[in-house]
Design a protein around this ligand. Structure first.
Ligand SMILES: Nc1ncnc2c1ncn2[C@@H]1O[C@H](COP(=O)(O)OP(=O)(O)OP(=O)(O)O)[C@@H](O)[C@H]1O
Ligand SMILES: O=P(O)(O)OC[C@H]1O[C@](O)(CO)[C@@H](O)[C@@H]1O
Ligand SMILES: [Mg+2]
Length: 327
């Protein structure tokens, strides 16, 4: 089956991620390549509701492959969660005479896209753009690799001062409910312990680990903490630990939104370029309500319903590696 598309809209939604610009560029240029007129929708679903829809062309995405953030801007729209908001979005979509939509975002954005397709029959394809890497059906989301590199660069600097002062540091990283950023950057920066929601081993495990570090001659330690764990964030864990081991004077750093910015890595630029081209092809082939991702280095389609409801498991091998290389 094929689908004729004359005019296609593209938007970025949810938390921005480095590489979203490269994805927009690829979608726009794939449209031009296939004779489709591309339209940029600003500020995600908010812009669809406000009618912020502008024509784009190959030149409007010049020199953005190397830039963080998103040229189209992103937003979290409460109004799009309501039937009235989506109705207004649909009316603007129709007024702009668009035939199909590409949504670059995370699981929430795909949930909104699913409703939009169901309610109004708009063909929609998703591209996973989030630093969290928390989307089923793709081995990597756009922005994750860059975020990992940002984290290890920051933690390398913290390591310098931790070593100089013989200190224990807790460094909190993003990931919403998922520990992928913490686990992989933790291995990459040589963290002594990594606390993630998927493998919560409790405070007693952390205490044992720090005591072993003392015995074996370590004079400083870095513990990477994923936000979203049941023991709380880095500040709370540091407090709990200090209450149990008063000799420790821990320092806490929350890396925060620094992880969402910066120039995308080559990996993210290539991934975004592949997925942007694949998204347009996927719509032209007649598909809808699917996400384009990469599995085993090949482009793969996953229905939104699965991408949203299922979860990529944390790799036990990585947990083992983290334990072994941190002794
Ligand atoms: N249940 C829903 N119904 C309708 N729209 C939704 C729903 N969930 C999310 N959306 C829309 O998608 C937008 C983005 O979702 P969300 O804030 O969860 O980010 P995301 O796409 O998961 O990205 P990230 O988690 O990386 O920030 C929301 O602001 C909202 O407009
Ligand atoms: O920028 P906001 O709206 O505070 O959202 C922060 C959340 O967004 C993300 O950066 C991306 O989903 C999460 O890691 C984090 O929990
Ligand atoms: Mg999300």
């Amino acid at each position: 089956m094929t689908r004729e598309i004359r005019r296609l809209g593209v938007l970025t939604s949810g938390g921005d991620a480095p590489g979203m610009n490269a994805a927009i560029r690829a979608v726009v240029r794939a449209c031009v390549h296939h004779g489709i007129k591309p339209y940029g929708i600003r500020e995600g679903y908010k812009g669809l509701i406000d009618g912020q829809i502008e024509p784009m062309n190959a030149r409007s995405v010049a020199n953005i492959i190397n830039q963080g953030g998103t040229l189209l801007k992103s937003a979290r729209s409460q109004a799009f969660r309501t039937p009235e908001g989506r109705q207004t979005a649909f009316e603007n979509f129709r007024s702009a005479d668009l035939d199909a939509l590409v949504v670059i975002g995370g699981d929430g954005s795909f949930t909104g896209a699913t409703l939009f397709e169901k309610e109004f029959g708009i063909p929609v394809v998703g591209i996973p753009g989030t630093i969290d890497n928390d989307i089923f059906g793709t081995d990597y989301t756009i922005g994750y690799d860059t975020a990992l590199n940002t984290v290890i660069e920051a933690v390398d600097k913290i390591r310098d001062t931790a070593t100089s002062h013989n200190r224990l540091f807790f460094v909190e990283v993003m990931g919403r409910d998922a520990g992928f950023i913490a686990l992989n950057s933790g291995i990459g920066c040589g963290a002594e312990e990594i606390l993630i929601p998927e493998a919560d081993r409790g405070i007693d495990h952390l205490i044992k680990s720090l005591e072993r570090s003392d015995r074996t001659g370590k004079t400083s330690s870095i513990v990477l903490v994923a936000e979203g764990g049941k023991d709380g964030g880095a500040f709370e864990i540091a407090k709990t630990l200090e209450a149990k081991l008063p000799d420790y004077e821990a320092r806490v750093t929350v890396l925060g939104h620094i992880q969402r910015g910066g120039r995308p890595s080559c990996f993210d630029r290539v991934l975004a370029s592949r997925l942007g081209v694949a998204a347009v092809k996927t719509l032209m082939a007649g598909n809808s309500c699917v996400m384009v991702g990469v599995r085993n280095n090949a482009v793969a389609l996953t229905p939104f319903a699965e991408a949203i409801s299922k979860h990529n498991a944390i790799d036990d091998e990585l947990l083992e590696v983290a334990d072994i290389v941190s002794i």
